[in-house]
Design a protein around this ligand. Sequence first.
Ligand code: UD1
Length: 339
Amino acid sequence: MKVLVTGGAGYIGSHTTLCLLEEGHNVVVLDNLVNSNLESLRRVQQLSGRSLEFRELDLLNAEAVSNLLAEGNFEAVIHFAGLKAVGESVEQPLRYYQNNIVGTLNLLHGMEAHGVRRLVFSSSATVYGASQDVPLTEKAPLDATNPYGRTKEHIEDILTDLGAADTDWSIALLRYFNPVGAHESGLIGEDPVGVPNNLLPFVAQVAVGRRNKVMVFGDDYPTADGTGVRDYIHVMDLAAGHLAALGYLANRKGVFRWNLGTGRGSSVLEVIEAFGAAVGRPIPYEITGRRPGDSAVSYADPSAALADLSWAAHRDLRQMCQDHWRWQQTNPVGYSSDG
Ligand code: UD1
C-alpha cells in the first residue's frame, strides 16, 4: 500500500518507516526537519535495502500539503509530525496549538479533498493526565495537564468528530506510553536536540560522557523505591503497533483508540540500574526534587490492542537499554557528524 508518513524522519517515525518498507509498502515521508535529521532516512533505506520518497514540507503549508495528497494516490496516512516538548509547550502555547492542531487540520483537509480517509494518529498516554487509577484503560477520562498534551487531546476530539460526521473514515488513535530503545542495528535511534527532557536519552548521554549524572526527580512518591514508575516500551514494538493498526483499518470504518504499552511499570532507579547493566558500569545519579506535573505511576492496560490487533510488546527493559545503548555508543552525538 502507498502510505504518507508525516514526521517520518523523527524518532518513532523513522522506525515505523523502516517497518513499512520491510513489509513491502511504498512510503512517502513528509517532514520539515525542525527536530529531525535526514540522515535517519538515509539509514532507514540502507537497512531496508529499499528507497522511499522524501518531501521537505511543513504541514502549516496547506497548499503544498494538499498538492502532495492530490498527486499521491495514497491509501493511508500515518501522522507523527508535531512538536512534543512539554516545558516548551508551557512557554509557547500558541506555537504548539498552531503547529500541532492547524498542521493536523491542513492534513485532514487535504486528505478529505483527495479521497484519503485512512489515518493512524500518533497520540500519547499524556492525554490521561496525572493521578489516575492504573493500569490505564482506553476508557480512562482524558485530562491532559499541559499545552502539548492538550494538543493531542484536542486532535483526538477533532478526529472523533470527523469520524462521526463522515463514516467513511477509518482512524486509529494510538496512545503511546514511554517510547525508548532503538533499532537493534544501532543505526537509527532517538536524537534529541539540546538537553533531553526524557529519562532514557538523558541516562544514555550520562553513560556516554556527555553529562555528569542523572537527576532523579523525586524519591518520595508512593512507589516501592519512591521514584516515578512508567511503562517504557521499545520503539520497535511501538512501530509494529502502527503496522497492526494500519492492517486493522484496511477493512473497517470508524474511530478506534488503543494504548500501546507493555502493561508493566519500571521505576526511575530500576531504569538507571538496567542501563548501567547494559553499559557494564553504574550510572551516576543524584536525587533531587519532584518535577512539577509528574505523576507517581503510569502504566497501560494494553489488552485492547492484544484483542483487536493481536499486538503486544515483546521486548523487555533489558533489551530496551541494550539497544538504546548500542545506538548511543555508536552515535555519541546522534546523527550530526560535526558534533
Ligand atoms: C513525558 C511527558 C509526557 C510525554 C512523554 C513523552 C512530562 C510531565 N511528561 O512523560 O507528556 O508524552 O514524556 O515521552 O514531561 N525523570 C527523572 N530525571 C530526568 C527525566 C525524567 O527522574 O532527567 C523521571 C520522571 O520524573 C518520570 C520518569 O523519569 O518519573 C520518566 O520521565 P520522562 O521520560 O520525562 O517521561 P514522562 O514524564 O512519563
